[in-house]
Design a protein around this ligand. Structure first.
Ligand SMILES: *Cc1c(COP(=O)(O)O)cnc(C)c1O
Length: 402
């Protein structure tokens, strides 16, 4: 093994759950001279992006494209629809749920946080019960994360919609899909979501710095009476200028070139194939972890995330030190741990431009790294994942031949 070497050889194995590896094709599309952001070529590009992104959110309504990270789109969702003192129901599925709540507090909203043990997704029954108790309809919005990136738990958005309807409650429904969009099925219109928040640097395979608000007609209505201050994130300025293919300010032109190609790539593969690939790679990762004898943080399989898996290390093994060692030795990055489980787990991101070979490399490397770090595991987890991938491809091949 190279000691005192300043060069890392080969591609970095970026297995954090975002930013995800940016495909060369997107990088090349972004490596282009500047164009006039008020000129005709830009207008064509913007229209392609503004139309294309609707197919990813599965909506026929406008989608706002912000020149900001996902956190900016969180702010856009809240400030465009709510007024100071409005009550908002949120769920602390993990770190990101907690952060969105913190933002709502800072903005002057009155938040009510439903706690979890950070090992599960949102239970629709809990939402239904709480909304049913709110006879005076004081709760103005329900905000949940589709995928809690910090713990690896996916929540059933269509069922939560049904729960809100079953309670007969008029609250707006806001969903953060930053680490699920374009990786697993999501239907803004069909599932009756009022504001969907998205980000560029996860399933969409772009660099960080762009985010989205998909909006329902009900959210547009709420926008008319909402009183929270909004300027940079104001929907109205955006919607007005977007009609002609322009933005109220200089947008991130190169990101739009990248987005245009990213959307094209997703459709070339086929969204359903994209989702199946994520499911397959997630299952392969869980199979490896279980074989090693390690515990998955998400304790209920019905909430397993298709994009990120958090794996607990046994008592006495610090996960942050494990990540540092794996990075130094094998040039692989994993996601960090948070909150009550800080130092206790690491996360393997399996989203975006990742394929079976990438994941086999990641899982084999992880198996070696765990042993090198002294974690007592049962060898063969990577092989078990490979056997699973073999069976999946074998079955698909057989089906194609029939
Ligand atoms: C990454 C992420 C965010 C934060 O997005 P930034 O681009 O870092 O501002 C918010 N929510 C979820 C679910 C995320 O995965």
């Amino acid at each position: 093994m190279a000691q005192n070497s300043s060069r890392q050889v080969g591609r970095h194995f970026l297995h954090i759950p975002g930013p995800t590896p940016v495909p060369d094709r997107i990088l090349r599309a972004m490596d282009t001279p500047m164009i006039d952001h008020r000129g005709p070529e830009f207008a064509k590009l913007a229209k392609r992006c503004l139309d294309g992104i609707k197919t990813i959110f599965k909506t026929t309504n406008p989608v706002i494209i912000y020149t900001a990270t996902g956190t900016g789109a969180w702010e856009g969702a809240l400030t465009n629809t709510l007024s100071s003192g409005d009550k908002v129901l949120m769920v602390e599925t993990g770190q990101f749920g907690a952060l969105w709540k913190k933002m709502a507090d800072k903005l002057g909203l009155q938040t009510e946080l439903l706690a979890t043990d950070w090992r599960t997704g949102v239970d629709p029954k809990v939402i239904e019960k709480r909304l049913s108790e709110d006879k005076k309809h004081e709760i103005k919005a329900v905000c949940v994360l589709h995928n809690e990136t910090s713990t690896g738990a996916l929540s059933p958005i269509a069922e939560i919609r049904k729960a809100i309807d079953a309670a007969g409650h008029p609250a707006l429904f806001m969903v953060d899909t930053i680490s699920s969009l374009a990786s697993t099925d999501y239907r803004h219109d069909e599932w009756g979501v009022d504001v969907t928040v998205g980000g560029a640097q996860k399933g969409l395979m772009l660099p960080p710095g762009m985010s989205f608000n998909a909006i329902s007609n009900k959210a547009l209505e709420a926008n008319k009476t909402s009183k929270l201050p909004k300027s940079f994130f104001d929907w109205q300025d955006m919607l007005n200028l977007n009609k002609s293919g322009f933005f109220p300010y200089t947008p991130a032109t190169l990101m739009l070139f990248g987005l245009d190609v990213g959307i094209t790539m997703l459709h070339e593969e086929g969204l359903d194939n994209v989702f199946a690939r994520h499911d397959r790679l997630a299952e392969a990762t869980r199979i490896a972890a279980k074989h090693w004898g390690l515990e998955i943080l998400c304790k209920d399989s019905k909430y397993y995330s298709p994009t990120v898996t958090a794996i607990l290390l046994p008592e006495g093994h610090n996960a942050d030190q494990f990540r540092a060692m794996a990075l130094e030795t094998f040039n692989i990055s994993y996601g960090a741990s948070f909150g009550p489980f800080a130092g206790k787990y690491f996360r393997i991101g399996h989203l975006g431009d990742v394929n079976d070979a990438t994941m086999m490399g990641c899982l084999a490397t992880t198996e070696v790294a765990l042993q090198l770090f002294g974690v007592p595991i049962k060898k063969g987890g990577a092989q078990a994942a490979m056997d699973y991938l073999l069976s999946q491809h074998g079955a698909a091949k057989k089906q194609a031949a029939e």
